[in-house]
Design a protein. Structure first.
Length: 470
């Protein structure tokens, strides 16, 4: 028999709560790490499994596409069929797929494993967030837990670069997949023992909504992935984007009439929650540029190794995690509006700083300060958003809200990267046509890309102005 936290002595309950939170955020860290940890290993994967240059992108895109397309379904399925069941089942699939990927002997086997990882992540991810919301019901506890979750989600990108560099340089690219296996097994065992299973909510899954949401979201994610690699004039790119928008429009019409919708539209009725959803779309658009372009700057201009590149991002990751300790204190006192406004201003400052990069820029004087601003700014601007969304939804909709939240982050990052890569490529080609060498061409493309990212962050400032004090 599993005891409730409330039935335990105070010290034991506190220790159990800490353990439950550690179990849940470790799962989230695994899912986030998987995005960046593979980036560092791509050159060795290409050499070992004989990927083509275009095919190599699908090592990342196969995971992103399936994960982004299935999140809404995974979240709502948890509400109806059991959040712990979906969490554990998804994590088991993710762990087995990681093992299969590490053992892959061909490009096709690795891509299939990445697809399975995406399916497992789509089941586990939104239910991780829902379990945090339904487990930590006391307001201060919940704010603290959600802040840690948010910090883990954002800071995990930097950790992934460090971990990927360590594993790839010291062992093999296969280790970046194998490392998920012992962690996944441990989390599954501990979750079945210590994580309570919230009450299930009766109902049937909205199958028309599930099909249209998955197809529409998947088509849009695919369209932006393709735009980043082949450009916006491609017929398949435009067809995928237009088709995805039309299917999502049909999805919204279906949800308005559904008795038990996959996506309860009342989630957007609360003004603060709606603004938080929008900024969880805009924030990753701005932030992912710093990881993507600075990785190239460190390695191709400054000549850093993959491992040194990972450690170069360490100040940003440390500050993001550090802010999660302050959010539980600041948010109840000031509310989301001033924190998000200050955070976005600081983020804009960091991105504008990066527009000054040149081939002669040194890390200590030209990059470190920007990373400090981005770490503090993103921590203040983005961490409260998860709290705003998840602390205001009824328990019956926690899975659906978690699915929407992570879908917005996923699509925001994908859209932002596609747009910024296009800006980067256009400026870079212009510089190359004027006779610039490879390093100058790279930096010439980054300047307008970081400017565009700063504009995205500035728009999120305008959205934050609509927050109400709660």
């Amino acid at each position: 028999m599993t005891l409730s936290v409330d039935a335990l002595p105070e010290t034991a309950a506190r220790h159990r709560s800490a353990l439950v939170l550690a179990i849940l955020v470790t799962c989230q860290l695994m899912l986030v790490l998987d995005v960046t940890v593979m980036n560092v290993a791509l050159p060795r994967i290409q050499a070992d499994l004989h990927f083509s240059t275009t095919g190599l992108a699908w090592v990342l895109n196969a995971y992103t596409l399936v994960f982004g397309g299935m999140l809404l379904l995974g979240g709502r399925a948890g509400d109806l069929f059991g959040r712990r069941r979906l969490f554990v089942g998804g994590l088991i699939l993710f762990t087995v797929a990681s093992l299969a990927g590490g053992l892959a002997t061909s490009a096709g086997m690795l891509i299939a494993a990445r697809i399975a990882q995406g399916l497992g992540a789509a089941a586990a991810g939104p239910n991780t967030l829902a379990l945090i919301t339904t487990t930590f019901t006391e307001p201060k506890q919940r704010i603290r837990a959600l802040a840690v979750f948010s910090g883990m989600s954002t800071g995990g990108f930097a950790i992934g670069l460090i971990l990927g560099g360590l594993l790839t340089e010291w062992t093999s690219w296969r280790a970046v997949l194998f490392i998920n296996v012992p962690i996944g097994i441990a989390v599954v065992v501990l979750a079945t023992r210590f994580v309570r299973s919230p009450a299930q909510h009766s109902g049937r899954l909205d199958l028309p909504g599930a099909v249209t949401a998955t197809l529409g979201t998947g088509a849009i994610v695919y369209g932006f992935i393709r735009a980043a690699s082949v450009g916006w004039g491609d017929v398949a790119t435009l067809g995928s984007l237009v088709g995805g928008v039309l299917v999502l429009a049909a999805f919204v019409l279906l949800e308005r009439r559904a008795a038990q919708p996959l996506l309860p539209l009342h989630l957007f009725a609360n003004r603060n929650r709606a603004a938080a959803f929008v900024n969880l779309f805009l924030g990753p658009m701005a932030m992912l540029s710093s990881f993507f372009f600075l990785t190239q700057f460190f390695q191709d201009v400054l000549g850093y190794s993959p491992l040194t590149t990972g450690f170069a991002f360490l100040p940003l990751g440390v500050l993001l995690f550090g802010m999660t300790r302050l959010i539980p204190v600041l948010l109840p006192r000031f509310g989301p509006k001033p924190l998000t406004l200050i955070g976005t201003v600081v983020m804009v400052g960091g991105l504008v700083w990066l527009t000054r990069l040149t081939t002669a820029t040194a890390y200590g004087t030209g990059v470190l300060g920007a990373l400090v601003l981005l770490g503090v700014g993103a921590g203040l601007a983005l961490s409260p958003l998860t709290v705003v969304i998840m602390s205001t939804v009824p328990p019956s909709d926690a899975g659906a809200a978690g699915g929407v939240l992570q879908t917005m982050q996923n699509i925001g990052g994908t859209v932002g990267l596609a747009v910024l890569v296009t800006v980067f490529g256009t400026a870079g080609r212009h510089a190359a046509a004027n006779g610039a060498d490879a390093a100058h061409t790279l930096v010439s493309g980054m300047t307008p890309a970081f400017t565009t990212a700063a504009v995205c962050a500035a728009v999120s400032f305008l959205v934050a102005l609509t927050f109400r004090r709660t």
